[in-house]
Design a protein around this ligand. Structure first.
Ligand SMILES: *[C@@H]1O[C@H](CO)[C@@H](O)[C@H](O)[C@H]1NC(C)=O
Ligand SMILES: *[C@@H]1O[C@H](CO)[C@@H](O)[C@H](O)[C@H]1NC(C)=O
Ligand SMILES: *[C@@H]1O[C@H](CO)[C@@H](O)[C@H](O)[C@H]1NC(C)=O
Ligand SMILES: *[C@@H]1O[C@H](CO)[C@@H](O)[C@H](O)[C@H]1NC(C)=O
Ligand SMILES: *[C@@H]1O[C@H](CO)[C@@H](O)[C@H](O)[C@H]1NC(C)=O
Length: 195
């Protein structure tokens, strides 16, 4: 439990300082990990930022994110970023809001979190990092972005509790209105676990 807070404290320093609220299921082992993304979903189809993702398995351990994002307004630092984590407990039910992380400045937060991976992520959608920290409205399509190498090349926490999580990512306007929302269901596995 103690370690988890240390890791998430690092995580929060990296991403930004923001409101945090954390309660967690303590009985999961902790360590280095690989991610196995098992589902991607859009939570609100009719929003100003639409994330139309699908997953494509290219090998036993490689998964590509495909699809497109449609922005009806600019994606920039005027938006806020909110991530909630649900974790699957021992009896298979979801514990919602196991971790909630909010940060101002959506663009800068994304860039900090992805670190060296950020330009690769952007490039796969035909996007470029810009000095004004803004992605113009438009439709951006990816033919395939390898999403299974995490956490390498990113600033994600280096260790996590093994388990199955649902990450719900929301972008919010300053007034709290939701601009876009999507979720990933992810298995956090030991690095050598392939299935
Ligand atoms: C989608 O949003 C627009 C306005 O943003 C609204 O006019 C339309 O009725 C909405 N459609 C659905 C299916 O909710
Ligand atoms: C998202 O993809 C689905 C098919 O996967 C398609 O039917 C839908 O029109 C797409 N939506 C947008 C906004 O591109
Ligand atoms: C968005 O991606 C979906 C597949 O994920 C595809 O069906 C749809 O045509 C795409 N929309 C555009 C505008 O490219
Ligand atoms: C990103 O840069 C490339 C090459 O300079 C350019 O072709 C592309 O249109 C740019 N993308 C956007 C969204 O501005
Ligand atoms: C930000 O800069 C890019 C080019 O680097 C430009 O296409 C875009 O319109 C600019 N956005 C704003 C809001 O100034």
């Amino acid at each position: 439990m103690k370690y988890f807070f240390i890791i998430f404290a690092e995580f929060m320093i990296l991403v930004n300082t923001g409101a945090k609220d954390f309660k967690f299921h303590p009985n999961l082992p902790l360590g280095e990990y690989r991610v196995n993304i098992i589902a991607a979903q859009q939570c609100n189809v009719n929003s100003t930022l639409q994330f139309n993702f699908s997953l494509f398995k290219t090998s036993r351990t490689t998964i590509e994110l495909r699809g497109n994002i449609s922005f009806f307004k600019a994606f920039d630092d005027s938006l806020m970023f909110s991530c909630t984590l649900a974790v699957k407990d021992k009896i298979g039910s979801w514990q919602n809001n196991a971790y909630v992380y909010n940060a101002p400045q959506a663009y800068s937060s994304l860039k900090k979190l992805f670190g060296a991976e950020f330009p690769i992520l952007f490039k796969s959608f035909g996007l470029n990092d810009t000095k004004n920290k803004s992605v113009s409205p438009g439709i951006y399509i990816t033919k395939g972005y390898v999403i299974s190498n995490y956490p390498s090349n990113t600033n994600f926490p280096k260790q996590m509790f093994y388990g199955t999580y649902k990450f719900k990512i929301k972008y919010l306007e300053k007034n709290g209105d939701q601009a876009g929302c999507f979720s990933f269901t992810v298995e956090i596995k030991r690095p050598w676990e392939t299935e």
